[in-house]
Every structure is written in C-alpha cells, then in structure tokens.
Design a protein around this ligand. Sequence first.
Ligand code: ARG
Length: 579
Amino acid sequence: MNIRDLLTSKVQQAMLSAGIPFQHQPLVAASKKSGFGDYQANGAMGAAKAMGTNPRELAQKIVGQLELEGIAEKLEVAGPGFINIHLDKTWLGEQLASAQSDPRLGIAPVQQPDILVVDYSGPNLAKEMHVGHLRSTIIGDAVARLLEFQGHQVIRQNHVGDWGTQFGMLIAELEEQLGEEREAGMALQDLEVFYQQAKQHFDRDSAFADKARDYVVKLQSGDPGVLELWREFTRISLTHSTEIYQKLNVLLTEADVRGESAYNDDLAPLVAELEQQGLAVEDQGAKVVFLDELADKDGNPSPVLIQKQGGGYLYATTDLAALRYRAQQLGAQRILYFIDARQSLHMQQVFTLARKAGLVSEDVSLEHHAFGTMMGADGKPFKTRTGGTVKLAQLLDEAVDRASALVAEKNPELSEAERADIGRKVGLGAVKYADLSKTRTHDYVFNWDTMLSFEGNTAPYLQYAFTRVQSIFRKSNTDPSTLTGDILVATEQEHALALKLLQLSEVLDQVAKDAMPHLLCTYLYELASLYMRFYEACPVLRSDVRPQVRASRLRLCHLVAQTLATGLDLLGIEVMERM
Ligand code: ARG
C-alpha cells in the first residue's frame, strides 16, 4: 500500500471514531510546501461545514483519534482545519530500505488483477506508417507497460486498417507488378511510392480501374486468389510496422494484430441484430442508427452510418464488432483506446451505441484517451518542408543521427559501438519523452533542440542523471545489491528525496487511472532534481563521511537509480551506464 492510501485509511478510521459520517472523505495529499508536514488531510473543513461545527475543533478531534504511532512523529492542526502529518524518519528509512532491496521497489502487484484491453497504434496498412501514428503508439505502449507492471492482464490490440476498397486497387497493382517478374518484397519496399503507382494506374487506365473494383468484390466474397494477394500485401506492410515497433522499443508484436478484416464475418449479423432491436433503420438505402443520447443543441439525434447504400460497412461497424469481441470474448473489464482527438465523436458514437445495443455490459469501462496533434515549428500539423507527410522511419533515423552527433561531441572518448548504442537510446528516448511529457490532450510542438537538450524535463537529462548515479558505484567499487544497514533520513535533502522516492506507486496509480503518462515524467524530473540537490549537500564518498552514513547514502543513490530506470522503462525508454 502506498503512503497516501495508508494515511487515507487511517484518517478515515479516525473520522469515523470522531463521529463523522462515512461519506466525508479524508482528502489526503502530499503537502505542496515544506513546513506543512509531509502529507495533509484536508477533509475536516468540508465535514465541519456539512455538520455545522467548527472545522478546527473537528480537525483536533480527528487528530485525537488518529492512530499513527510509529508512522508519524508529529500531527498538527493548521489554518482553518488542515491536518499536517509529519512522518516518522525512522519509519521512512524502513520503507526505503525495503524498497531498495526489492526489484519491484516495494510496489506489490494489485491484489485483484483486471483484464484490460489497450487499443493503440492501429496504422493503415495501405500506407507507410507516418508521424500521425506516433503519439498513439508511444502513449499507448507506455500505459500498457505500466498497467502490466501493476499486475493487470493486459491484452494489446493493434486494430490495423487492413480492409476496405483501397485494397482492391493495391492488390490489383501488386498482381501486375508481380507479373512483371518483380518480387513482392521489392515492389512494396516503399509503400508510399507503391500507393502512388497504383493510384496513377487507377486514374489513367480504365481497364485497371475496373479490375480494382472487381477485386474489392472478390476480396469481400473470399476469392482464394485475390485473398492470397491481399495476404501477401498486408504481411509485407505489417513487417514495415513491426520494424518500427522494434526500433522504437514498443512492445507490439504481430500476435497483437487483430485488424479490421478480422471482424469481417461479424458485420452482417451485427447489422441484422441492430435492425431487429429497432435501433438501425433504413435511410435512403443505407442503414443508420440515430442516437438521441448524442443529439445536438437543436435536439437532432446523432446519426451513425453502419451500412452504406451499396452494402459496404463502415469504420464504426467494425469498431462495434471489435468492442463486442473485446468485452465478450476477451472478457475485458476496461477497454482503453489511444486515438487522436479528431476521432472523439466516432468513439462516443461507438460507445453509446454498443451500450444501448447491449454489446457491452454497464460494468465494462470504455475509455477513449484522446490526444492532440504533433505540430511543426510553424504551429501547423507536422509536415515535411514540402508539405508532405513525414515517414516515421525517417524521423526516427534523424533522431538517432542527431543524438549520436551530440553524444560524440560531449564525450569524444566513446568507442564507435558505444556511441551508436548511446545515440540510439538517447535519440529515440528524446522523441518518445518529448511526446509523453506533454499533457496528453494538448497539441505539442515538435522541436529537436528542446527534446535533445541535456537540461530541463527531457529524456537526455534523465538518462544523464542515471549515469551520474551509476558512476558513484563504479568509483567506489560497490555492488549496490550487497548494501545493508539502516537508511538514515537526517538532512532536509535526504528527507525530501526519501519522500519523493516513496511516492512512485502513488504516481503509477494516478497514471493507470487517468492514462496520463506526463505525470510520471514530471515525477521523474522532480526526482532527478531532488537527487542533484541531495548530491550537492550530502557527500557520499568523501573520506570524512562515517561508514554508516556512506552506506545509507549509497542505498539512497541506488534507489534513485532504480527508480529512474524503472520509471523510464515504463515509458519505454532505455538507460545506459555512461554517456
Ligand atoms: N486505423 C485507424 C486510423 O489510422 C486507427 C485505429 C484505431 N483503433 C480503433 N479501434 N478504431 O485512424
């Protein structure tokens, strides 16, 4: 249990003993300023107001009932009725010691793991993965890692776009190019180029266009030859994405792919079911559901098109089928979607309709975790200089090149191999962290210089902080896992650092709940800054430091390093021994 939860339950008990009805929350939070204790319980004011009593007196009464022997060394009532909790330094030291000797840093897995589906990345296989998929891939992966670390059963779902009319054109083109003795891997080496070739072919050659249309029909009716071509196309396109996942240190594999095509057979029965329920109606030959729940301000219901006039199905139809599969087949209790904010209405429609049609039960949590757009320096969505979409693979290569140059400049002694390894970790870390550290729902400006800076809230700063801690162990020739003895929380800097270290699990809980990885970034940045303060004020290896103090500080250093490494790992960012 983390400190906040522990104090919350203690204060809640005290409130009950003080005669305060259960519905009043203890409102325990870490104190923002030193001098107000380590934590504050702020629930007395609200309770007093509701009960018509004096808040300071009520706070005092709660303090009288609070059983925190051995945990807190001082409790005081401040201001209009805040309860300031000063934690016991010996107790803090004990918590730190058990965290330092535990690979999970003292954070136990959740007692009741949930089955969670995380939907992220979802590139369109007809095209090359571009920067538009970067945010979903990075943020979704971080949250999935974190939920898994907490002990949940996480099922990753990569809902790739592998179905639809454009595939008719693409596989017709593939067939022609294969006929010219080109090998599929070669033809599809650059999907952007291939797409352009197919499109031009389609526009200038009407026989080819007819064939493309015919192939759409054949694909949908399961023609074996056409299916074979389609399989070849999607297989190769998927390897492009998989390469990017590996490069980016994103945990998605081909086993996580369950694309739009997987739901193909479910769509006709699903539409029939919605019609039977009286939800779907004919509208100019198409099938539509009108949702009053999402009516506009004039009261017009929100229309969801689920089948086109010609019989084709839509993005929403497939998402409904996917949602049902996830809830009913996979048994998910929470389904988290990491998709661009521009699809918010789509997700709202799908969620509302799915509930209404009983495809998911009420107790399943459906969550669209939307994010803003990645902007260029000009304040417009990120594009190439000529206005084209930026290929993800190119962007990542550039990140590694830039970071390698920077690393070489800072440390010319590194071997070629070391520089390449460090450049890769720093460059990719910088791109990921720049994205993760911004409030998810906002747009953000992509800027090489700020993300690669060794100062400020960046990946290189944190990676560097990690190497600085590690260098202490090299210098002193100590194996941190063999360190024993008490951890002493004596100085003000040790105290601040200790508290921060013990708050990791509170932060993880918050990120897991809100799917907001920037909270973890802020935490790591603050931790690194407190460490720097500690390091300046509290000598570790200096000869006049008593052995007991040195061992204690070394243990603190080690816990800092482990916390940074674990936190960055949950964000999908690697650390290194030196840089
Ligand atoms: N393929 C979609 C796109 O590129 C993203 C898929 C997101 N997931 C979903 N279940 N709709 O916009």
